[in-house]
Design a protein around this ligand. Structure first.
Ligand code: AMP
Length: 175
């Protein structure tokens, strides 16, 4: 069986009521732990962007890093970590976004990429889309061009895409 025919959904486990009651957590560790399935998923996430001239892959802390790093190597691009507030050592730009209760903030180094750089944004799950929207705005505030957003999983019923209108959003597995 060619690696690309492995179904990533078979390696994603639902964990009800984690981290709190009412949330069905999508656990991707079985996928990460299976070399054939992991490789196939990364190949498929890269495929739509392989001729797009991507020069940086930006991954959202923390599970986004696990996908963004191999994607960056595959696309022969640099890796840019988008981190929670206060984690990066040098001068940053930040973007805030609303949570169910309160606000959260993500940051990237202000010199993470040169003006006009073509950037692919990567995360594990698109839920409400608030995190990905803030990350796109952060990349643009630094001067990057968001060529696309690549997710392993999209929770369709939360309509996170509405927060990413006009962007090239791809997801391997939809629920
Ligand atoms: P959102 O901003 O609502 O789109 O949430 C996206 C972020 O929260 C991603 O970085 C995910 O890692 C995480 N996330 C949201 N919902 C889930 C879920 N059901 N399972 C796993 N991670 C999730």
């Amino acid at each position: 069986m060619p690696a690309t025919s492995l179904d990533p959904a078979a390696f994603i486990k639902d964990v009800p009521d984690f981290p709190k009651k009412g949330i069905v957590f999508k656990d991707i560790t079985p996928l990460l732990g299976n070399p054939a399935a992991f490789t196939a998923a990364i190949d498929r996430m890269a495929e739509p962007f392989k001729d797009a001239g991507i020069s940086y892959v930006a991954g959202i802390e923390s599970r986004g890093f696990l996908l963004a790093a191999p994607l960056a190597c595959l696309l022969k691009a640099g890796l840019v970590p988008i981190r929670k507030k206060g984690k990066l050592p040098r001068k940053t730009k930040s973007a805030s976004y609303a949570l169910e209760y309160g606000q959260d903030c993500i940051e990237a180094h202000e010199d993470a990429f040169p003006a006009g750089a073509k950037v692919l944004l990567v995360d594990d799950v698109l839920a409400t889309g608030g995190t990905a929207k803030a990350a796109c705005e952060l990349i643009e505030a630094i001067g990057g061009q968001v060529v696309g957003v690549s997710l392993l999983i999209e929770l369709d019923f939360l309509n996170g895409r509405a927060n990413l209108a006009g962007r090239d959003v791809r997801a391997l597995v939809k629920y």
